[in-house]
Design a protein around this ligand. Structure first.
Ligand SMILES: Cc1cc2nc3c(=O)[nH]c(=O)nc-3n(C[C@H](O)[C@H](O)[C@H](O)COP(=O)(O)OP(=O)(O)OC[C@H]3O[C@@H](n4cnc5c(N)ncnc54)[C@H](O)[C@@H]3O)c2cc1C
Ligand code: SF4
Length: 291
């Protein structure tokens, strides 16, 4: 395995063109992926020194957040004072050590925590095998959406950013494109088991926030109040009369929900049915917060 510390964004993109190359930001998830045999990059491209660590105001009253801005910085950034959902989500993510090291780009691109996927003894469907072990075993923390894989999306940041109408900028040597945060994700298929819609060689370079909503909030349920992945979490934001709601922990990917019918298309099953009640309650509380 080779390691290269890129000195500029252009150098990083050139290195990431190589087959078998992976971006390394804070390393808090990539190290675990390598340790568990889920990733075996031939080339690790360290992007920590390519100039993506700034938060910059934009002309339309929003912000551009570099992909290597840490979660700790987001939790305390004065620039985010009007984006309560995002700052709250960053402050609730993981632990102080992980927030100091983990970045916004890495948080959005982290892999699922499904214990079969992460376990050394399994090669489940999402990892390229033919069986979803969760569906024939213990899956009380999995998702509510039927499918080949019932893993739950783990990022605290994705729903908070989505509710605030954020977009992400993905760049490669072939050019740049801008996607709504939820379009960064895809449901896995037989031919492509990835949960990310990034193309080969693409790096997430920035998160763009439009002008802040009138109000926003982030509500989460974990096994503990701190240092615990979200089991179900909900972000809500009010833009004028319109309330947007997004959630994590209830599908393979973060999802937008209809605030008047949040359980639609999320039937769950006997083991995960409790998440429907949790989701319903969190949506009610979050919409009350911003109403
Ligand atoms: C014990 C533990 C508890 C945790 N608890 C929570 C929690 O409660 N809530 C939560 O949301 N998360 C939680 N996490 C996940 C944590 O937030 C992520 O590991 C972290 O944010 C990843 O950021 P990083 O910079 O370290 O990414 P890395 O580990 O460097 O990268 C993660 C993945 O993203 C890719 N990547 C990184 N940056 C980019 C980029 N700019 N463009 C494209 N791809 C990129 C890497 O190739 C890799 O596949 C936890 C992690 C651990 C280990
Ligand atoms: S839920 Fe997904 S990640 Fe977990 S065992 Fe099933 S296929 Fe694998």
């Amino acid at each position: 395995m080779e390691y290269a510390r890129a000195g500029s964004l252009d150098e990083a993109l050139l290195l990431l063109e190589r087959a078998g190359a992976s971006a390394l930001a804070g390393g808090t998830d990539l190290a675990g992926q390598i340790d568990r045999g889920l990733a075996a990059p031939e080339l690790i491209v360290d992007i920590s020194t390519v100039g993506l660590e700034e938060i910059t105001p934009t002309d339309d009253g929003g912000l551009m957040i570099g992909a290597t801005v840490t979660l700790a910085r987001l939790a305390s950034a004065t620039e985010l004072a009007s984006y309560a959902a995002i700052a709250t989500a960053a402050g609730l993510t993981a632990s102080p050590l992980l927030r100091n090291q983990g970045t916004i780009g890495g948080n959005l691109c982290q892999r699922t925590r499904c214990w079969y996927y992460r376990g050394l003894e399994w090669n489940c469907w999402l990892a390229g095998g033919d069986t979803c072990y969760a569906q024939i075993g213990e899956h009380s923390k999995h998702n509510l959406q039927p499918g080949d894989c019932i893993s739950a999306h783990p990022s605290d940041m994705a729903p908070a950013l989505a509710a605030c109408a954020a977009t992400v900028i993905a760049r490669s040597t072939a050019g740049e494109r801008e996607l709504a945060v939820l379009d960064l994700y895809r449901r896995p298929s037989q031919d492509n088991r990835s949960l990310l819609a990034l193309r080969p060689g693409e790096l997430l370079t920035h998160v763009r926030l439009p002008a802040p909503p009138e109000a926003s909030t982030y509500r989460r349920l974990g096994e503990r109040r701190a240092f615990s992945f979200p089991l179900v979490s909900v972000a809500a934001a009010r833009h004028g009369d319109r309330i947007t709601v997004a959630a994590t922990g209830v599908a393979n990917v973060p999802v937008a929900l209809d605030p008047t019918d949040p359980l639609r298309d999320l039937p769950g099953n006997p083991q995960t049915g409790w998440k429907r009640r949790a989701l319903h309650t969190l949506v009610q509380r979050a919409t009350d917060d911003v109403g």
